[in-house]
Design a protein around this ligand. Structure first.
Ligand SMILES: *[C@@H]1O[C@H](CO)[C@@H](O)[C@H](O)[C@H]1NC(C)=O
Ligand SMILES: *[C@@H]1O[C@H](CO)[C@@H](O)[C@H](O)[C@H]1NC(C)=O
Ligand SMILES: *[C@@H]1O[C@H](CO)[C@@H](O)[C@H](O)[C@H]1NC(C)=O
Ligand SMILES: *[C@@H]1O[C@H](CO)[C@@H](O)[C@H](O)[C@H]1NC(C)=O
Ligand SMILES: *[C@@H]1O[C@H](CO)[C@@H](O)[C@H](O)[C@H]1NC(C)=O
Ligand SMILES: *[C@@H]1O[C@H](CO)[C@@H](O)[C@H](O)[C@H]1NC(C)=O
Ligand SMILES: *[C@@H]1O[C@H](CO)[C@@H](O)[C@H](O)[C@H]1NC(C)=O
Ligand SMILES: *[C@@H]1O[C@H](CO)[C@@H](O)[C@H](O)[C@H]1NC(C)=O
Ligand SMILES: *[C@@H]1O[C@H](CO)[C@@H](O)[C@H](O)[C@H]1NC(C)=O
Length: 809
């Protein structure tokens, strides 16, 4: 956009340059033509440098360098006869001997709207009427000259059509007559002149005058009818005069006056009802009054139905009358800044329902009346900075529904008594910098002081800016971070922790960060706080920077040793790693448990059994299945069962093997129902014939060796049997016991209890056992005698397992 505009200008300028250069440059031997944007002619006229800039139909500027005299007739012709310009300027050129009209004709200017003649150096000579003769076309004239002290009364006689006149001549005494010809004058600016004693009626004939500036004209006194006849004046500037008083009725004729400017005067007071007739007044500016005014008159700006802006600054005002703005309801801007106002009466702004901006800054206000702003429902900007206000309550601001900017910097604020701006819908900027705020209130409760920390902004949301810098905060308040503000400045306080109170643990802080995510702050200023080099702060600042993309302007944590920050993250990492490690460890354990559940169970069981086996009094039962041939039933019932039943930890089951169901038995024999059971086989010739009548001997023995948890009791009951004798001879000592063994019961019981594979140790002098032995042997011997058990002869060597390999029983 800018670029294309620039290019456009360049092209136009270039085109203009080309055209004008073609037309004018070669035409004068004294001048060198150049220039980029406009025609620039460097002329040497009798050794004097004259620079001419021009844009055809627009302007010509003739600048004389170091010329105390100049032959204007030697200037080059810059334009055609017919060429009209908007303005022609002469800068630092000497007074011409001819009229300006002649000079203009010489350089080809047929007509110009404005003529500007400026000379900052001391001009010699005098103006006279002929200089301006023939310029009836002229509508604007600026004369800004030094060194001239006198202007003849008839100087402007031929400038009847002038509408704009600006005379800046130092120390010229202006006469009444001088302005006579300017009947069409609309704007008159007279500055830097000497008009010490302004006589009346000076401008009375200027009936079209709309703008009058008597800026710095050393006017010190006006007659009361000075403006009589200046009926349509709209703007009046009397700035920088030595005015110390104004006649009460001086502005009376100015019924159209809209703007009055009174910079830098010396009023000690202003008259009552000064503006009583200036109903059209819109703007009044009273600035930099060099004398302390102290008091403004009652109702000064009252009853002005068009008044919009009032500025009374740096005027030493101390007292504001309560009715100063009364009945002037259109005022939008009021500034009473840079005065010494201590009290603003509560009703001062009662009628200012349209006020948009109020500036009471740089005064001596100590408090604010609670209803002072109650009418200002449209107020957008309120500036109360640089006062001495100590306390405000939300009631003071509660009517300010449109407020978008509140400045209370540089006060003595210690207390804000309640919630501020909870109803405000604007994105406000609020600054309370340079106060004594800490939001800590001491309250007398039950005769003891209780400290409460309450933020008056707890219910204030979506601020554009909250500036609390340069206060006395020791603690940070959560609402600063989570209420959706855009910018937060809490620099230059005494805050140690940015988030939460110091007792909160790291994790507590983290979890509540979520609140911050809703509407992240854009910029945060936290510098110059004594922030602790603690994880809480590091993590919080990093959270702001990384997660919220907030711009954190801070140099506070930089001073912390680098390790504090690293350690903080390390601590976190360690915490996380430990957590992770323990979680995975327990997961693995659980998985392993389920995978190896059975194994572990059995290992544990075995272990447990191992330790419990030596203890015969354990509750653990052992199933003992007694297998016997039906022919041996009597023996089992008489001899085996009673003794086994004496041992409480054995559960005895009986299993009778019938002669005709041996196959079934074998099957049963190998696939025993339960693992922990022990099978006690009463192995006798009877049993052998019942169970193995048609099985070969090798298979029987193999079977006997293979079977687990099975004990064999060799009882020699029944008919003599060589195979039985062989098996008895070749028995496995670990699983077989002889009924004839005198220690039979001890051996059997310990075998059943400890597991037959374990070695059995006996202590020989055991009373219980020996007693048992005697009782057993008696009963045994009885049975033996009854049944005449006989010892079988030695089994021949040929019946070794090897030789039996091919033989059948
Ligand atoms: C102006 O002219 C005077 C005398 O003619 C000379 O002394 C002075 O140096 C000149 N100044 C410039 C800036 O040319
Ligand atoms: C200036 O006058 C010359 C003839 O005198 C004419 O050719 C030229 O077009 C004129 N230029 C302008 C810009 O009027
Ligand atoms: C100056 O004003 C008079 C009166 O209105 C008018 O007749 C005349 O044409 C004007 N002169 C010029 C050059 O405009
Ligand atoms: C100003 O004029 C008034 C009346 O014309 C006269 O009384 C007063 O002395 C004059 N003051 C000065 C400073 O000339
Ligand atoms: C006009 O006032 C200025 C300062 O206000 C002062 O310096 C100057 O001398 C005064 N001029 C006259 C002619 O009194
Ligand atoms: C303001 O104007 C009203 C009527 O327009 C008038 O009654 C009242 O006296 C005026 N007040 C002042 C102080 O001039
Ligand atoms: C008056 O106040 C409004 C609102 O603050 C502002 O936009 C405007 O610029 C002010 N006007 C002046 C002349 O300062
Ligand atoms: C004050 O003390 C009374 C009884 O001692 C108790 O009931 C009351 O709650 C207390 N008030 C406060 C604000 O602590
Ligand atoms: C807050 O106010 C102080 C004092 O006026 C100022 O220096 C600072 O720049 C402000 N902060 C922001 C972020 O504008």
């Amino acid at each position: 956009m800018m670029k294309s505009k620039l290019i456009h200008v360049l092209i136009v300028a270039l085109a203009v340059h080309v055209i004008s250069a073609r037309v004018m440059c070669p035409s004068h031997p004294n001048c060198v033509c150049g220039g980029t944007f406009a025609v620039e002619l460097n002329c040497n006229i009798d050794g004097r440098t004259v620079k001419i800039n021009l844009l055809p139909s627009t302007y010509i500027t003739i600048k004389c360098e170091n010329a105390t005299s100049l032959d204007y007739s030697k200037l080059p012709k810059c334009a055609n006869e017919s060429n009209a310009f908007k303005s022609v300027s002469f800068k630092d050129c000497p007074l011409p001997k001819t009229s300006f009209k002649d000079i203009l004709s010489k350089i080809g200017v047929s007509k110009t709207m404005s003529l500007i003649f400026q000379n900052a150096k001391k001009l010699s000579g005098h103006f006279n009427r002929k200089h301006f003769s023939g310029l009836q076309d002229l509508t604007k004239l600026l004369l800004s000259v030094n060194g001239i002290t006198y202007l003849p009364d008839n100087l402007f006689m031929d400038l009847n059509n002038l509408t704009w006149l600006n005379i800046r001549c130092n120390n010229i005494i202006l006469s009444e007559e001088l302005f006579k010809p300017f009947e069409r004058l609309e704007t008159l600016e007279i500055s830097h002149n000497h008009m010490t004693n302004m006589t009346s009626n000076l401008f009375s004939h200027l009936s079209l005058l709309r703008k009058l500036s008597l800026w710095q004209t050393n006017v010190t006194w006006f007659s009361k009818d000075f403006f009589t006849g200046v009926d349509v004046l709209e703007e009046l500037d009397l700035s920088s005069n030595g005015l110390n008083e104004l006649p009460m009725t001086i502005f009376k004729p100015l019924r159209k006056l809209k703007k009055l400017t009174l910079f830098s005067n010396k009023f000690s007071t202003l008259p009552q009802n000064l503006f009583s007739t200036n109903d059209k007044l819109e703007t009044v500016i009273i600035l930099n009054n060099d004398v302390k005014m102290k008091e403004l008159p009652k109702n000064l700006f009252g009853n002005l139905s068009n008044l919009k802006q009032v500025y009374v600054q740096r005027s030493g005002i101390e007292v504001i009358p309560y009715d100063i703005f009364v009945n002037s309801p259109l005022i939008t801007n009021i500034s009473l800044a840079y005065n010494d106002i201590a009290v603003v009466p509560e009703s001062t702004f009662n009628d200012q329902i349209n006020l948009l901006e109020l500036d009471l800054s740089h005064n001596n206000l100590r408090s604010l009346e609670s209803k002072l702003f109650s009418s200002l429902v449209r107020l957008e900007i309120l500036n109360l900075c640089h006062n001495s206000i100590e306390e405000v309550s939300s009631a003071t601001f509660s009517s300010l529904l449109s407020l978008i900017y509140l400045n209370m910097e540089h006060n003595n604020l210690k207390t804000i008594s309640s919630d501020l701006f909870s109803n405000n819908k604007q994105r406000m900027s609020i600054t309370f910098a340079y106060n004594r705020l800490d939001f800590e209130n001491k309250e007398l409760k039950n005769n003891s002081w209780a400290l409460t920390r309450v933020s008056p902004f707890a219910h204030t949301y979506n601020l554009k800016m909250l500036n609390l810098s340069h206060n006395k905060f020791k603690f940070s308040f959560e609402d600063w971070w989570i209420n959706g503000h855009e910018n937060l400045d809490i620099s230059f306080n005494s805050i140690h922790y940015l988030w939460g109170n110091p007792k909160n643990s790291l994790e507590d802080g983290k979890s509540s960060y979520e609140e911050l995510l809703k509407k992240p702050l854009k910029e945060v200023w936290i510098s110059n706080n004594p922030l602790n080099c603690r994880c809480k702060n590091f993590l919080f600042v990093d959270f702001l920077k990384n997660n919220l993309k907030s711009k954190v302007l801070d140099d506070t944590l930089i001073h912390c040793p680098i390790w504090t920050k690293e350690a903080c993250y390390l601590r976190f990492i360690i915490f996380i790693s430990i957590m992770t490690a323990s979680v995975s460890l327990s997961t693995i354990t659980i998985i392993l448990y389920f995978v190896y559940k059975k194994k572990i169970n059995s290992v544990i069981k075995k272990r447990f059994q191992f330790y419990s086996k030596s203890d015969t009094n354990t509750d653990q039962y052992k199933n003992v299945i007694v297998k016997y041939s039906e022919n041996d039933e009597e023996f089992v019932y008489k001899e085996i069962l009673p003794e086994l039943k004496n041992h409480k930890n054995f559960k005895v089951q009986l299993k009778l093997i019938k002669t005709n169901c041996k196959e079934n038995f074998i099957k049963n024999f190998t696939n025993r129902s339960k693992e922990g059971d022990t099978v006690l086989i009463i192995f006798s010739p009877n049993y052998l014939t019942s169970a193995y009548s048609h099985v070969n001997i090798k298979k029987i023995r193999g079977e006997m060796l293979k079977t687990k948890n099975t004990l064999y009791v060799f009882t020699d009951i029944g008919p003599e049997n060589s195979i039985y004798a062989f098996l008895k001879e070749q028995r496995d000592q670990r699983t077989a016991i002889l009924w004839s063994d005198p220690n039979f019961w001890n051996v059997l019981i310990s075998m059943l209890s400890n597991g037959y594979k374990k070695k059995v140790r006996f202590s020989s002098g055991n009373d219980v056992r020996s007693k048992l032995n005697t009782s057993l042997s008696s009963s045994k011997s009885k049975l033996v005698s009854n049944k005449s058990f006989t010892r079988l002869p030695e089994w021949p060597d040929v019946y070794t397992s090897n030789t039996f390999a091919h033989s059948q029983v």
